[in-house]
Write a protein that binds this ligand. Structure first.
Ligand SMILES: CC(C)(COP(=O)(O)OP(=O)(O)OC[C@H]1O[C@@H](n2cnc3c(N)ncnc32)[C@H](O)[C@@H]1OP(=O)(O)O)[C@@H](O)C(=O)NCCC(=O)NCCS
Length: 165
């Protein structure tokens, strides 16, 4: 029988930011964003804005916030929107419950709502956990950026997932 988890995914709000920033500071995989990068996720874009950024959190009814995901979309009139999954993180004690998959799914639904036909992302070659998650969610390798990451220097693997029709 399928187990029902008391976890829901909802858009990120101001009061989530302090915890999300703390997780990012502690995670070696996290990009080094400044205060403004994350706060930008909360700004509702004006009509006609071309670059959108959105964030969602996974919230466990019993244990509080469990993870988050941030994605961007480039929306240029007359072209299909281009979506990028920037970063997903599940706090260590909440991992291996399918929450990472739920967060990636939120991005896929957003991409579909924007009529994008794909989501792209890059990941450190050695990040096996994240690569397994993305592969399970339908992403496939489409390229590589040699030496893209620093400390330590490492290649980025470029992944793509087709969404919509
Ligand atoms: C990558 C990351 C987001 C995955 O989050 P997660 O919530 O553990 O992801 P899932 O639970 O969907 O899947 C993880 C594993 O748990 C397994 N799993 C999922 N639901 C499960 C369940 N109910 N019971 C047991 N195992 C389960 C999955 O099969 C998967 O196994 P695998 O790694 O052997 O393939 C998390 O490890 C993380 O935050 N890492 C650090 C940040 C990071 O690297 N982000 C990506 C940068 S690009």
């Amino acid at each position: 029988m399928m187990q029902i988890r008391p976890v829901r995914v909802r858009p990120i709000i101001e009061k989530d930011l302090a915890l999300v920033r703390a997780w990012m500071r502690e995670a070696p995989e996290a990009p080094r964003w400044n205060e403004d990068d994350l706060a930008a996720v909360l700004r509702t874009p004006l009509e006609g804005e071309r670059k959108l950024r959105r964030g969602w959190v996974a919230e466990d009814a019993e244990a509080g916030l469990a993870g988050f995901v941030v994605a961007t979309a480039l929306c240029i009139s007359g072209h299909r929107a281009e979506c990028e999954l920037e970063f997903v993180l599940v706090k260590p004690e909440a991992r291996k419950r399918g929450i990472g998959g739920m967060l990636v799914q939120a991005v896929a639904e957003w991409a579909c709502s924007l009529e994008a036909n794909e989501i792209r992302l890059e990941v450190r070659e050695s990040n096996a956990r994240a690569r397994r998650l993305y592969e399970r969610c339908g992403f496939a390798v489409v390229g590589r950026r040699p030496g893209y990451y620093a400390d330590p220097t490492e290649d980025a693997v470029l992944l793509r997932c087709v969404v919509g029709d």
